[in-house]
Design a protein around this ligand. Structure first.
Ligand SMILES: C[S@@+](CC[C@H](N)C(=O)[O-])C[C@H]1O[C@@H](n2cnc3c(N)ncnc32)[C@H](O)[C@@H]1O
Length: 252
């Protein structure tokens, strides 16, 4: 039983309980708790959240994320503007899925305007970025500076040169070009993605994670990579993003 005055809120997730009123669920749980605990909806010491998904899941609110901050970093709010960038909310999700820790070296080898590198810096990673375009590297640094996001190294290089230039990194997080709005430099997208996977695997330390967005079902990662999870996001009729998370398998 939580100590101190409690508030209870319930939320439906993906209509886990169709036809069930979430506020009634919160009220019933609150009534049970009220037998032993003080309920205070205005200034509670403990916030209990109920998520109604495949099952009823109970959480105690430990910290709060200001989700509006992501809108403040949207493409249109950046000094160097290009529509090729993921929404910051998805860029942050991709960074989090790589399980990167504060102080880890994280590389985005297709950094473009910096959507991913900004989020990575804000969670405390040591950021390395590269791109084949000089203009993108300059724009990426301009955007990062604008949001107070620091980087360790930014280089204009082809993805094939990353391990020569950066050595081993703890995480790779990236959104490569699909050959639509972002250029692949006339290289067939599938070929570029295969080539990128191979050099990103070389650059990644054993046990490290790689989080990559592909426009199609995940490519085979090769013998050194284990695909640990995939998340699918339908953007529009002709684009579905696949967020693919790989772990580099330690050599036996
Ligand atoms: C989808 S964009 C990256 C978007 C980025 N996440 C952002 O926030 O702007 C892909 C980037 O890959 C770069 N690129 C294309 N071919 C490349 C290659 N062979 N090596 C490195 N970068 C490349 C493009 O210049 C472009 O900036």
């Amino acid at each position: 039983m939580p100590e101190g005055a409690v508030s209870v809120r319930a939320k439906q997730f993906r209509r886990g309980y169709p036809g069930v009123d979430s506020s009634k669920v919160a009220g019933k749980v609150g009534a049970i708790l009220a037998r032993n605990t003080r309920i205070d909806l205005e200034s509670p010491e403990v916030e209990l959240r109920i998520l109604m998904s495949d099952a009823l899941k109970f959480f105690i609110c430990d910290c709060r994320i200001d989700r509006r901050q992501f809108d403040d970093r949207k493409v249109a709010q950046r000094p160097f503007f290009s529509p090729i960038s993921l929404h910051p909310r998805f860029a942050r999700a991709l960074v989090n899925l790589s399980r990167v820790r504060r102080g880890d070296r994280l590389l985005d080898p297709f950094c473009g305007t910096g959507g991913i590198t900004i989020e990575a810096a804000l969670v405390g990673a040591k950021v390395l970025g590269s791109d084949i375009s000089e203009e993108m590297i300059a724009g990426c640094m301009e955007n990062m500076t604008h949001f107070g996001a620091k980087w360790e190294e930014m280089r204009k290089i082809d993805v094939g040169s990353i391990s020569d230039v950066f050595g081993k990194v703890d995480a790779v997080v990236t959104d490569p070009p699909y050959g639509r709005s972002a250029t692949t430099n006339k290289e067939p997208a599938q070929q570029l993605h295969q080539r990128a996977l191979s050099s990103m695997t070389d650059a990644l330390r054993e046990g490290g994670n790689m989080a990559v967005v592909f426009p199609q079902v995940c490519l085979e990662g090769g013998k050194d990579l284990r695909l640990r999870e995939t998340h699918i996001q339908r953007v529009h009729r002709s684009l579905t993003r696949h967020y693919c998370i790989f772990t580099k398998i330690p050599e036996r």
